[in-house]
Design a protein around this ligand. Sequence first.
Ligand SMILES: *Cc1c(COP(=O)(O)O)cnc(C)c1O
Length: 227
Amino acid sequence: MNSSIADNVARVRAQIQAACQASGRAPDSVQLLAVSKTWGPDAVRQAHAAGQTAFGENYIQEAVDKITALRDLPLQWHCIGPIQSNKTRLVAEHFDWVHSVDRLKIAQRLSEQRPPELPPLQVCIQVNIDGGENKSGVSPQELPALAQAVAALPRLQLRGLMTIPEPAETEAQMRAVHARAQALFEALRQQGFPLDTLSMGMSADMAAAIAEGSTMVRVGTAIFGQR
Ligand SMILES: *Cc1c(COP(=O)(O)O)cnc(C)c1O
């Protein structure tokens, strides 16, 4: 990687602003989540020095070590990877957000295990938007019932939806998939769920996701380099 992490953060922020402008959205309507999986605490410190405070992690134990090593910084940690039942306690105790809730059992454990002195865990439900067979995520058909059950859990606050679409060939195809996620998000809001977060878009499909209503893009490679 030739450019510094600070340069990369600035460039990605500028790309987000440009994408917002291109689709007539307010420049502050899309948050940047820096995905720091596989990168060490030093890389996170560099991104923080460039003004980045929200970080996403996939691997629970790796993340907990990093979160602990960075306790001196005011960072916000988002779990974006698959969660096994035996890892829910670590997630409930260390993270601020979870994007990857896709089963009631996991949500119930997170709620039960959230320490009382911490604020409610902020959660998104992961939706399998393009029906990939081996993918995590609840189906669009099962989403309303899961949303209802998650919203009722005392120590979770349901904030929205998260998607990880398959890579598409064209911009139009990418946008069509993102538009389906946005429609599900809007339908839940119409039903009265107070949702404000649509977590979609990564390094490769950020602009398409923003054009279709994403409120949080999760960017790893474009900030930290190839893993
Ligand atoms: C790794 C990862 C990202 C970041 O992907 P990049 O292509 O590196 O930007 C975003 N979301 C999830 C769920 C991931 O696992």
